[in-house]
Structures are given as structure tokens and as C-alpha cells.
Write a protein that binds this ligand. Sequence first.
Ligand SMILES: NC(=O)c1ccc[n+]([C@@H]2O[C@H](COP(=O)([O-])OP(=O)(O)OC[C@H]3O[C@@H](n4cnc5c(N)ncnc54)[C@H](O)[C@@H]3O)[C@@H](O)[C@H]2O)c1
Length: 471
Amino acid sequence: MNRSNLHLVSGDHGAKSMKPGTVSGAVDEALVNSLLGRINARQAKIGIIGLGYVGIPLALVAVRRDLSVLGFDVNRERVAELNEGRCSIAHISETDIANARDRGLLEATAEFARLGDMDAIIICVPTPLTKHQEPDLSYVEQTAQTIARTLRRGQLIVLESTTWPGTVDEVMRPILERTGMRSGVDFFLAFSPEREDPGNEKFEMAGIPKVVGGDGKHALELANALYSVLVTRTVPVSSAATAEAVKLTENIFRAVNIALVNELKVIYSAMGVDVWEVIEAAKTKPFGYMPFYPGPGLGGHCIPIDPFYLTWKAREYGISTRFIELAGQINRAMPRLVVAELAKALDRRFRCGLNGSKILMMGVAYKKNVDDMRESPSLVLIEILEERGAIVEFHDPFIPVIPETREHAALAGRKSVPLTAEELKKYDAVLISTDHDSVDYGLLVKNSKLVVDTRNVVERRGVSADNVIKA
Ligand SMILES: NC(=O)c1ccc[n+]([C@@H]2O[C@H](COP(=O)([O-])OP(=O)(O)OC[C@H]3O[C@@H](n4cnc5c(N)ncnc54)[C@H](O)[C@@H]3O)[C@@H](O)[C@H]2O)c1
């Protein structure tokens, strides 16, 4: 932790952004010091609410730092599997969970009354969009109401779920203050965005700097102390809203840049220029350029969703987020463009269109090496292809069966077919939508009539052949 930096930031916050009615002097310093002491001595009991892609890795990081973690989830199956040392999320190590259980430092529960025993509570519940593309904060609100039932003086509560700037102040604080206790005086409220990148082995959570913003200087100090135990570097900022805005900025940056390369792909392809070759060369520039890659469309719980949290909030200020919405339009158009390329290739090569053609979708997870299907463009692709009369099957080493999803309910229950030479020969074309590392792309190219690659993985693997096109 950079303490001098923290004092600067927290001092500023106390002076400039203290809310009316928040009397900094009223805080019981002994209360703050006692929690700080327990955090620094690693004796603080940590409660993590929401044991999913974010909550479980965070719990494991805390256990690695010798902190005792009680995980809370409404999903009793998830609770049971964790207590048995298992985890149904593929990239999370069951050995790590079993070790944490053996050390007696990890337990999961659905008994939310136990929240009152926690010193610090970290919230990692979902923040999706409603079907009208508006923020759905119901999970955050419910969680705040649940915490309020057992809230006691001296607790630190940190929201990690991605959300619009102002959620901690405008949504969480009023719910918790209905108890009669006050934020910054009786309990402490902060926001620290999660920067987890599931499946990315280059970065582990503890090594990724953690941005922290608090509702008042004591909340910032406590949250910063907690994350200083968990990660190698914290980045304190002047308010919870700033920390909320940092996370949206990072994801909007990605969404907009992906839209840009998707647009460039279409333009360059018309000119006979390979966008992937362009990006490889452009990224040799040592400054002022950062590579982003085109694909079949956006997927996952973050990039297709988070930017619209800001779009929604901006309307309150009479501001329209044209850049964000344009990026969304371009990215959402990609699956139809990919299908158009596939149809064109079938017409040109075999004089058969999509209607009646057998297509193998290679990968249905939203990105490589994970079993997460949320917002996966592959599901959109399957639906468009079937609308056009194609017969579609899929292979995905991480997804044996397509689970229930809200927007593609009809696809639930479909099973991954084996990837063998014999099986591949049955299809008119293979559409690579997800570039999982474990797939044998040599086998795939050798035994397929046509391969349409939206990720440039075939070339990256050094396999070149006439039956491969990029889209
Ligand atoms: N997945 C990522 O890569 C990632 C990265 C950065 C930030 N985030 C953000 O982190 C948050 C969590 O995402 P996730 O991917 O871990 O979600 P997830 O769906 O994998 O996990 C959420 C968990 O919360 C549980 N839950 C739902 N309502 C609850 C409640 N009222 N009380 C207790 N538990 C409840 C669910 O059962 C589930 O196990 C979201 O805001 C997301 O935007 C996710």
C-alpha cells in the first residue's frame, strides 16, 4: 500500500466531497482502529456475497493470505459443491478449493444471518441488463437489504459488482442507513472494481492493481487496508463514484476499440487487406497503439453489458452516449456479417447456399478456454444460421451441453459433438467462433470441406490451407 498517496487522496475527499450531514468528527476512532488492527493482523473475518466467476477467485486469494472467508450465495448447489471441495466453473482449481477447505479457512453458506459475524463484507453479485437494456440492480439492492438486517457498528462493506457511478451513494447507502446507522460513522462503505479476466493465465488476481474508493476517508482507509493484504498494489481514488467510473471506463474502452477493429475488418476485407496482418504490424509501434482483435461479436458478462450502465445514467444528465451506442451497434452487427461471409463462401465454392447446409459451430463459449456462455455470440450465430435453413451442430471442449439462457432458451440441452475426422467430414462448413487452445486445428482443417475462421486461430497455429477463409 502506498500510504502517503492514500493520505493525499483521503484528505482531499474529506475536504471536498463530504456529504451534508456526514460529520467526520463523529466517528469513533477506536472502532476504525480496531477493524484496521484486525485487517492488518489478518484476523478480520471476510464475508463474500456471490460465489461466481468473481467471488470464488477472490475468496481463494484471501485464503492464500491466511484470511478466514465465509462465502454467501443464494444458490444452494454452489454452496454445497464448494463445501465438498468442488467447483463447477471449469477454470477454477478444485485443488485450491479443497486446500482452502482443509486449512479451515473457507466455508460457504446460504444462511445470511451469519453476515453479522463478519468484519468485512465484499459483494460480488450479478449486475445484468433488463430485457429493455437497462441496468438491473435488483441483486445489489436485495443484497444491501440482506446486509442491513444484521448490520452492526464497525463493519466494512465493499461493492465489487460493476455498476454506474453513484450506486454506492445513491442505492446502497440509503438502504443501509435505514437501520439508523450512518455510513462513515457507524459502518463503512466502499467500491472496488473487479478486474478478473477468467481463463487468462498471464495475470493472477493478486498481481492486478486494485482501485479502491470509499464513502468518506475512514471507509477508504479500511478498504484500502483490506485490499493491501489481498493484492500487491492498491490504487486509492477520491470517492466510490470515481472507482465505479474507473471500471466502466476500462470496459467502455474495450467495447469501443473492439468495434473499431470490427469496422476496420469489414473495410480492409473489401480492399483485399488482411486486418489481422495489419494489427500484427501496427502493434510493433512501441507507443500510442494497443492491439484489439475483431471477432464474431461481443460476449461475456462485462463488455456487451457494462457500457450501457453509463448510457442509462447519462440520460439523467441529459447526455447521450453516442460513441458507446455506435460501438454497440457495430459489435451487434458482427454475427450477421459473419453469416453473410459464410453464405458467400458456400455459394462460391459449392454453389449451395445456407439452406440445407450442415454447419459445425466450433466453440460456443463467449471466449477461449472458459466454460462461460453468457451473451455468447455463438448462440446468436446458431439462431441466424437456423433461420436461414442451415442444420447446425457444435463442438466445445468446455461446454458439453448448452445450459438454460434467458435469451436463447430454445438452444438449451443441445450437446457438443465429438471432434473426429469422420465427424468433420459430415459438415459443409465449420465456423470457428471461439478459439479454444485445446482444439486440434490441424485435424479440423484437414478434414473439413470449408473452414470460416472469425478469430484467425488457424493462421496463428501455422496451419494454412485453401479451404480456410477469414471472416
Ligand atoms: N466474470 C467476470 O469476468 C467479471 C469481471 C469483472 C467484473 N465482473 C462483475 O462482477 C459481478 C459478478 O459477476 P460474476 O461473473 O462473478 O457473476 P456470477 O453469475 O458468476 O456469480 C454471481 C453469484 O452471485 C449469486 N447471487 C445472485 N444473487 C445473490 C444474492 N442476492 N445473494 C447472494 N448471492 C447471490 C449467484 O448465485 C452467483 O453464484 C458482476 O457485477 C460482473 O459485472 C465480472
